[in-house]
Design a binder for this molecule. Structure first.
Ligand code: COA
Length: 326
């Protein structure tokens, strides 16, 4: 059964989708070597390590590298992890808000580096982008594809002013990638998903051409808590699951206090939550796959584990997806 009704002017939803399952059969990440610690920032702005840790949960972030370079590195690791031939990939989806160029998209360059000439396009849904990409990948599998590469990659240092204490404390670079395979057994599955946007909030987080990110931090905070709550609730409802049925939550890593505030309303626990924010900062579209790799490294995901991915970002956009691990 394919179900894709719309419940409002800017909301799309899904539940119980498709005759086949889905399996994230390989994951990889890339982080540039150069660390920008909170203490480094104090040379350029009136802030402190203590303030940044307390108000955001961030201790350091990475800078350097390019979006295509980091994306390619993460993709290569994911391919190795899945142990599949590169040329079996039928589509490259790259979620990024810091593409190498305004035009063309960055995905074709990543495909080139991997030696591929398959379809390749960028998703620009800011920090929700990787979850959007995962849902789109599931759609392509339903159309008959067998294997899609979904990457989230950012070089946010190119659009971040590290002298501005409102934004410079938050953002960093990184990439994460997953090989998304059709699972004929149906054991692994995208149980439900939810995607939404509210263009009335474009002005609270944006970057003009050639300029850096501008943000109304307090308003982003408020909206983020609300949309995380709404989106997680929608996905749970569509999957017919309760909070207790979710084994692991992988939220967008923007600010630990946003996650804590949303969890208080949702009834989720931090124990069930994977966080990498402290050592990565906010890496936008890369943050969820970076945390996914961390959860896998810790053995937190096993066959049958119900994982909730939950993203939000500029736009505003939001997206959630519940995956039963293959
Ligand atoms: N270092 C030290 N002090 C700072 C500071 C910094 N980097 N930034 C702000 N302050 C000060 C302010 O000047 C203010 O001082 P005052 O009370 O004397 O006027 C005080 O701290 C509180 O400022 P406020 O802007 O209310 O801080 P905040 O608690 O909202 O924290 C953010 C600011 C940016 C950390 C927070 O709003 C945030 O994380 N918002 C969400 C941003 C986000 O996640 N964006 C990406 C979404 S994908």
């Amino acid at each position: 059964m394919i179900s894709n009704p719309t419940s409002g002017p800017s909301s799309s939803e899904g539940h119980g989708i498709g005759p086949w399952g889905l399996s994230l059969s390989g994951v990889g990440i890339a982080l540039p070597e150069k660390i920008l610690a909170n203490s480094d920032l104090t040379a350029w702005m009136d802030t402190s390590d203590e303030w940044i840790r307390e108000r955001t949960g961030i201790a350091e972030r990475r800078i350097g590298g390019s979006t295509s370079g980091l994306a390619t590195e993460a993709a290569r690791q994911a391919i190795e992890d899945a142990d599949v031939p590169v040329d079996s990939i039928e589509q490259v989806i790259l979620a990024t808000t810091s593409p190498d160029h305004i035009c063309p998209g960055t995905a074709p360059a990543v495909a080139r580096e991997l030696g591929l000439q398959c379809g390749a396009f960028d998703v620009q849904a800011a920090c929700s982008g990787w979850v959007y990409g995962l849902v789109v990948a599931n759609g392509l599998l339903l159309q008959g594809m067998n294997r899609v590469l979904v990457i989230g990659a950012e070089s946010l240092d190119r659009i971040t002013d590290y002298h501005d204490r409102g934004t410079g404390i938050l953002f960093g670079n990184g990439a994460g990638a997953a090989i998304v395979d059709r699972d004929e057994t149906g054991a692994g599955r995208l149980l439900s998903w939810d995607m939404g946007s509210n263009g009335n909030y474009v002005h609270i987080l944006y970057a003009e051409h050639g300029d850096v990110l501008k943000m109304d931090g307090r308003e982003v905070f408020r909206q983020a808590v609300t949309v995380m709550q709404t989106s997680a609730t929608n996905s749970l409802k569509r999957a017919g699951l309760t909070v207790d049925d979710i084994d692991l939550i992988i939220p967008h890593q923007a600010n630990i206090r946003i996650v804590e505030a949303a969890w208080k309303k949702l009834g989720f626990s931090m124990e069930k939550t994977e966080m990498v924010l402290e050592h990565t900062g906010n890496t936008s579209a890369a943050s969820i796959p970076l945390a996914l790799q961390s959860a896998l490294d810790k053995g937190r995901i096993q066959p049958g584990t119900n994982v909730l991915f939950l993203g939000f970002g500029a736009g505003m956009t939001w997206a959630s997806a519940i995956v039963r691990w293959a």
